[in-house]
Design a protein around this ligand. Structure first.
Ligand SMILES: Nc1ncnc2c1ncn2[C@@H]1O[C@H](COP(=O)(O)OP(=O)(O)O)[C@@H](O)[C@H]1O
Ligand SMILES: O=P(O)(O)OC[C@H]1O[C@](O)(COP(=O)(O)O)[C@@H](O)[C@@H]1O
Length: 309
């Protein structure tokens, strides 16, 4: 089974404007709200590509009904720990005039030691050898920067496969526990490592991640494509030019496809093609909507992947 663990989920409010004028009253053209947060999006996309997952993590007690109603509507199984306060709302601004995408992610609820203990208990209860656990997103206040490190250690001992998508100290510390797969975007990578801007330097950083003990590293670079790095090869995917409606959730769509591909024992190149196709199909949808399977399938035939090394 695939499990997603989201410690800090969110409602994503996407607001479409012509242009944001700072310090003035701005009126939106339209806005929409989707359930989001990294692991939640992963569960949504797994569902779209025909897989099953169980979403775990924390949800705010105060607005839990709105959130779980959406999960149920999408047919996503879930078993959250409800904590005091409400699940945050993140603002995603899209300025149509310039194609500028701006995210304002809030801090969200705080959690207690008891909440964290419950999470570890729940994960111990579910985890079996061969299960896939996706650990992703920012940490709520009260969670130690070592939490992904601890969870990866626990899951590896059980024999589960771990996929990490985090940033800052949580990513840096999490990597020390040697997750099986890591999916940083270029900005997340820059927070923890020094490297030049050219593709060869970025590919070398991928190799460095592998030499530190991670089995596979997928480095996403937004409109510049992505690298897929393993012990014996580096693949590069060219970006596909599409009409971008919202970039939110592109990385999560990639992680979803990677988890799905691992669960089906797909070959590296096939997983990577599915990952890039899913990410590209997600940016042509508005808000934090999942990609459509028919678009993923069309893109699978178009995405250009080459062996870099
Ligand atoms: N503007 C874009 N044009 C084409 N492809 C894109 C664009 N933005 C994202 N993608 C695709 O989605 C993948 C993930 O996007 P990225 O922005 O790097 O992830 P994240 O959401 O984690 O920041 C990229 O590697 C690329 O394949
Ligand atoms: O937990 P964080 O780092 O604040 O990120 C949460 C945000 O990231 C998202 O999961 C999107 O992530 P990606 O664009 O990296 O795929 C949004 O749904 C959510 O608002």
């Amino acid at each position: 089974m695939i499990y997603t663990v989201t410690l800090n989920p969110a409602f994503d409010m996407t607001v479409y404007l012509d242009e944001l004028v700072k310090g003035d009253v701005n009126r939106s053209i339209k806005s929409l709200i989707d359930i989001g947060g990294k692991g939640i999006n992963v569960s949504k996309v797994i569902k779209s590509i025909g897989g099953e997952s169980i979403a775990l993590g924390f949800l705010g007690q105060e607005n839990r009904g709105n959130f779980t109603k959406q999960l149920d509507r999408l047919g996503i199984k879930h078993d959250f720990i409800y904590v005091e306060g409400e699940t945050r709302t993140n603002i995603k601004l899209v300025e149509n005039k310039f194609d500028i995408f701006t995210d304002i992610n809030q801090k969200g609820f705080g959690i207690t030691i008891e909440n964290i203990d419950k999470l570890f208990e729940k994960i111990k209860y579910y985890a079996r050898q061969g299960d896939i656990f996706v650990l992703s997103g920012s940490l709520p206040e009260g969670a130690d920067n070592n939490i992904y490190f601890e969870l990866i250690k626990l899951l590896k001992n059980i024999g589960a496969i771990t996929i990490l998508d985090a940033d800052g100290e949580a990513l840096k510390n999490g990597l020390l526990a040697k997750p099986d797969i890591v999916k940083p975007n270029i900005n997340e990578l820059r927070m923890i490592m020094d490297f030049k801007d050219d593709l060869n330097s970025i590919a070398s950083v991928g190799k460095e991640l592998i030499s530190q003990g991670t089995e596979k590293a997928v480095i996403s670079m937004g409109g510049n494509g992505a690298f897929y790095v393993t012990r014996d090869k580096i693949l590069y995917a060219y970006p596909e030019r599409v009409e971008v409606k919202s970039t939110v959730g592109a990385g999560d769509a990639m992680v979803a496809a990677i988890a799905f591909g691992e669960s089906k024992n797909m070959e590296d190149e096939e997983v990577f093609r599915l990952a890039v196709s899913s990410a590209t199909a997600s940016i042509i949808e508005e808000g934090t909507k999942s990609p459509k399977l028919e678009n993923i399938n069309k893109l699978m035939k178009k995405i250009k992947i080459e062996r870099w090394m």
